[in-house]
Design a protein around this ligand. Sequence first.
Ligand code: ZN
Length: 497
Amino acid sequence: MGSDSLSILTTSTKPTPIPIPTQEDPSNPSTALLSFNTDSSSSAPTDPPHKPNTTTIVFISLLLIACVAISAAIAFAFLFFSSSPSASPPATSHVETQARPLIKLPHPVVLLISSDGFRFGYQFKTDTPNIGRLIGNGTEAEMGLIPVFPTLTFPNHYSIVTGLYPAYHGIINNHFLDPRTGEAFTMGSHEPKWWLGEPLWETVVNNGLKASTYFWPGSEVRKGSWTCPDKFCMNYNGSVPFEERVDTVLSYFDLPGGEIPSFMTLYFEDPDHQGHQVGPDDPEITEAVARIDMMIGRLIEGLEKRGIFEDVNIILVGDHGMVGTCDKKLIFLDDLNPWIDIPADWVLSHTPLLAIRPPPGVEPSDVVAKMNQGLKSGKVENGKYLRVYLKEELPSRLHYSASDRIPPVIGMIEEGFKVEQKRTKRKECGGAHGYDNAVFSMRTIFVGHGPQFARGQKVPSFENVQIYNLVTSILKIQGASNNGSALFRESILLSSP
Ligand SMILES: [Zn+2]
């Protein structure tokens, strides 16, 4: 249990300063994760120099002559075949640089699709011919899309549509308290005061265009020029079959040209829902992935039937990945009692983001020092897998301090571990997300397909705060200030004619 996709929805605001666009990322996670230790300098002592004898010299000479002969043969062969008229053309006959013109649609359209908890690599679990078609004829983040920290559903979905880190868009967790009023934010809170920044649907309407949302965190919030119109803004209902969602989005393309929304969202709860229950490596996940692929197939078929598949810019993403968790990988706060007592009511969230707000009079730095002392003592079970920070001292690449909604004490938990208050007899294995966004298992997918995306292009991993600028650029509209880079689009999108 513990699913935090939209599916379990039941349900002070001091404006944060305008964030300065930040592109620095000194410890590029994609590089860090992929680097190997190739340093072999310490492995062997330096060999003593040795003198060559006559046999060695003769052997080396023969070897050199042989090499020259082979090279000459290859050069002749190359000249012969390259001048031959029957030689086949090179595989890459041309490189696309210009966006392809629209065939039928009267204006550019971006369809942003989220498959919740679609961990990068799930696309290889089974045959995914339809997602594969988007990848093969579109642009893919070759090693996946990097979520923002914390790698949770609401913070990430809202970063995707605002281009802001959670500290700036205000949705710093799936649930949190306003430190001034004590009011609670839940996944069902639709009051605009919680939702800072300017989401894409609002930007699109500000620019005189139409937008539609078939579910997305924040889309039901009436804010600025966005009124969540009945026809184009679905109120969340997890029981609506996926097929119905796809068909409704397709029906928007049957409207008169000027009525077709320029920006549309489409959301699926799977495979996050299954991931929480059974972890990422279970046949249930494979089934869920196959079903998402079928929905993409249904969408492609509907667009093809209307003659507009090549006209629509489809962006398929997930919000985060998933990692297996199990009952042996637990850390209990009560085990820290010899160093410090952490009552449950100080803890705003336990796992995988540990967030603690001590009461007035208790110094957060004292809490951090005592907790870390206990965790490092070797006497707390799994203690070495949790490290506690003052939020200002978290690694800057996490961008997780510039909001008073973020509690002062934050714990970083190693991948796959969980924090609980006290020991219980409960035994369970499942899946979780929310960990450091540098962890590879938290990555998700990015695929762009359509007139503005080069076919068969692979791009390096990037953070999802870049997506906002991609959408405004495709729609040629003015966006709000955000944390993405204005130049990023040049590395992903084809240039407009
Ligand atoms: Zn999610």
